[in-house]
Design a protein around this ligand. Sequence first.
Ligand SMILES: NC(=O)c1ccc[n+]([C@@H]2O[C@H](COP(=O)([O-])OP(=O)(O)OC[C@H]3O[C@@H](n4cnc5c(N)ncnc54)[C@H](O)[C@@H]3O)[C@@H](O)[C@H]2O)c1
Length: 343
Amino acid sequence: MGRVHARAARMAGATIAGVAGSRLEKAQEAGLGAARVFASGDELIESGEIDLVHICTPNHLHAPFVLKALSAGLAVVCEKPLAGDAMTAALMAGRAAEAGLVATVPFVYRFHAMVREARERVARGDIGRISLIQGSYLQDWLLRADDDNWRVDPELGGPSRTFADIGSHWCDLAEFVTADRIVSVCAQTAIVQSSRATNAPVVTEDVATVQFRTASGALGTLATSQVSPGRKNRLFLEISGTEASLAFDQEQPELLWVGDRSGSRTLMRDPAILSAAAQPYSPLPAGHPQGYHDCFDAFVADTYAALRGEHRDGLPVFADGARAAAICEAVLTSARTGGWTEC
Ligand SMILES: NC(=O)c1ccc[n+]([C@@H]2O[C@H](COP(=O)([O-])OP(=O)(O)OC[C@H]3O[C@@H](n4cnc5c(N)ncnc54)[C@H](O)[C@@H]3O)[C@@H](O)[C@H]2O)c1
C-alpha cells in the first residue's frame, strides 16, 4: 500500500520527504520517490522534516507508530484496521482529537462517485425508510492451504483477519451511505484452512457472517470471506428502502443499480447526471472509467485539504477507524459467545 499512498500523495502535490521500511535496504529498494530514506519509522517521525506521515505497515505497528507520530505533532494517515482491539483504537482517536491533528483512515470506497451518489439519494429520501442493508465482501487470495501472509499471524494481523481486513470496509461503507449505525451483531466465524505454509495452526477466521440491527431499526446481513473462489475484491452493498433499492459493487464502481416497483435501471457515472455531492469525485468525462486509484487519490487529496484547514465532507477520520474496530470486536465476541452483542 506504500506505493498507492505515495502515488496519491504526489498527485495531491505533496513532497515525499522520507520513507522508512522494515529494514533500511528494503526502504532503499522501494524508494517511492522519497527525498530521503530513513533507517526506521521512529527516525522518520522524529526527524522534524515531516508534516504528515502515512502508516502502511502490518497492523500490529499501527498503534505504536500513530501514538509516536501524534506525540511528535504530526498529522497521520493510518491504514485500517487502526488497532486489533476497540480500546486501543479509541485511545488513538482520542489522542488525535486532543492534539487537534488531522488523522484519517483509508476507507477509500467512500470516494467512488457512485457511492457519493447513493449516499445523496438516501439522504434526500429517494429510497424512503431503510428496511434492509445486505451484502458481502469476498476474496479468494487465501483460498489454498499454501496461500499465506503476515495477516494470518494474529501477532501481526490481530485477533480478527477477514472481518478486520475487509468486513471493516463494508461496515464503514454501509454506515456512510445510510447515515445509520450498526448497533447489535450476531456473528459466526469459520476457519476453512486450518494450517497454512508458515502459520500453523491458523487461529483467525477465513469466513465471517454477520446479522445485524441498526439504530433506525433496519436489519442487515453481511458475508465476508478470503476463500471464495473467483472473487477478488467483491464488495457488494444493497440497501432496500420503502420506495426504492440501491446497489453498489466495488468491482464495477462506475455503476449504481436503482430499483423500484416499476422497474430497475443501472446508472453509469456521468458528471451530467450526478448530484452536486458526487460531482467532486467524478473528474473524468462519462465513459472514461475511474477506479480504485482515483478514489484513493481523492481520499489523500481530501486529507491534505483538511491539513490546510479546509472542510471536506465524508473524510474518514480516526473516530471512523475506532468505530470499525468496535464493530469488529463485537463480531468476535458474538461469534465466541453465540449471542447478540452490542456495538
Ligand atoms: N485501505 C485499503 O484499501 C487497503 C488495502 C490493502 C491493505 N491495506 C492495509 O495496508 C497495510 C499494509 O498492507 P500491505 O498489503 O501493503 O502489506 P505489505 O506486507 O505489502 O507491506 C507492509 C510494508 O510495511 C513495511 N514494514 C514492516 N515493518 C515495518 C517497520 N517496523 N517500520 C516501517 N515499515 C515496516 C514493510 O517493509 C512493507 O513495505 C495493512 O494494515 C492493510 O490492512 C489497506
